[in-house]
Design a protein around this ligand. Structure first.
Ligand SMILES: [Zn+2]
Ligand SMILES: [Zn+2]
Length: 361
């Protein structure tokens, strides 16, 4: 079986708030037919704020579940919205009435850089991401290296603007042949991160990643250069990212997306990468809990439990230590421990239904 990284439709999981649809009905919340495509760096700030406004007009407060904006505010357009009335978490992108935060004792003051996080988990995850991104490339077996690239404007990283340009160039070299030249706009407009696997100066595999606090991370685009496929590069990048997300950022769940009409790609995600398919109800529950999460109705949402991946990594490290001390006793313990095995699938199904139950209350 090949290791070809499966293709996902462009912008299918675009998480930027600006890609949110105006439609706010319960059934279609978060499931967009058109959103995301055609957003361009030429669209200018007016268009961007217009879409941001549509997002704000369509979401509910994560605390009281009532619409974030009053009817008068929704009618009044941009002029009717007082930014002092609501808060959007810079981690999970959940939206809150300021009064609801005050009532429940959540601090509403922004930090020095203007960011605001609704809880400590969102704050810690963001700090872990920033720290990892500032580290640059980290070595992997086989002479390869992986890195977390921040897409947000202004985050030049340790090495500044020149390095950022180089990283974007490397990402495009992998992503554009698979997803088309429009992917450049998606990277430039991105608010999240990208993952990049390199060998020397050569980019091999690339992905886009959005992180929603400690609850959720989502891989959208994910592909390996055509001539370098079937060599385990996609697996290597995904494992490195999962280990970082699960153990450092403490993210509990990784989402991915596959086109429903590409059974091969779907099979790779489930059989090789250990993801489980979410059904429509589970996908809608996620979409309503995370309003910034967008995906096409025709795509299949896949989920993977990272807390068990983090546990497996810790166990492996502990076993390796024990194995070094007592080779005979420690050696074989983990050989049957397939991180993508049955147990994980069961845990995922349970996590999905819990989320739905919570949502119904
Ligand atoms: Zn509220
Ligand atoms: Zn949050």
């Amino acid at each position: 079986m090949g290791t070809r990284a499966p293709a996902a439709p462009l912008s299918s999981l675009a998480a930027a708030t600006r890609a949110a649809p105006a439609d706010s009905s319960e059934e279609s919340a978060g499931i967009s037919g058109e959103g995301g495509e055609g957003s361009s760096s030429e669209s200018g700030d007016d268009t961007a704020s217009q879409v941001d406004l549509q997002f704000l007009q369509s979401v509910n407060c994560a605390s009281c579940s009532k619409p974030l904006l009053s009817r008068a505010q929704r009618r009044g357009g941009r002029s009717g919205v007082d930014p002092g009335d609501y808060l959007v978490c810079d981690g999970c992108r959940r939206c809150f009435h300021e009064r609801c935060c005050e009532r429940s004792g959540v601090a509403t003051g922004a930090s020095r850089d203007g960011s605001w996080f609704h809880d400590e988990g969102c704050k810690r995850a963001a700090a872990a991401l920033q720290q990892q991104a500032s580290k640059g490339a980290a070595a992997l077996p086989g002479g390869r290296a992986w890195q977390l690239v921040p897409l947000r404007r202004g985050l030049g990283g340790r090495d500044g603007v020149g390095a950022k340009k180089q990283q974007l160039h490397a990402l495009l070299e992998v992503l554009a042949p698979e997803y088309g030249p429009g992917v450049a706009d998606q990277l430039l407009d991105g608010t999240g991160y990208a993952l990049l696997l390199t060998s020397g100066t050569q980019p091999i595999t690339a992905a886009t990643l959005d992180v929603y606090g400690t609850d959720l991370a989502a891989v959208d685009l994910f592909t390996t250069k055509f001539e370098l496929r079937a060599q385990g590069h996609g697996t290597a990048l995904l494992h490195a990212a999962e280990q970082f997300l699960g153990s450092k950022a403490r993210v509990r769940r990784l989402l991915a997306v596959a086109a429903a009409d590409e059974p091969d790609a779907l099979g790779v995600m489930t059989d090789k990468f250990g993801f489980s398919r979410l059904n429509g109800r589970q996908a809608r529950a996620l979409a309503s809990e995370f309003p910034a999460l967008q995906f096409y109705e025709r795509s299949v949402l896949l989920s993977k439990d990272l807390s068990s991946a983090a546990r497996a990594a810790r166990l492996k490290a502990a076993t390796a230590k024990a194995g070094a001390a007592q080779p005979a006793a420690g050696g074989g313990t983990l050989e049957g421990g397939d991180p993508a095995g049955e147990g994980e699938g069961g845990a995922l199904a349970a996590a999905g239904s819990n989320a739905s139950v919570e949502k119904r209350r």
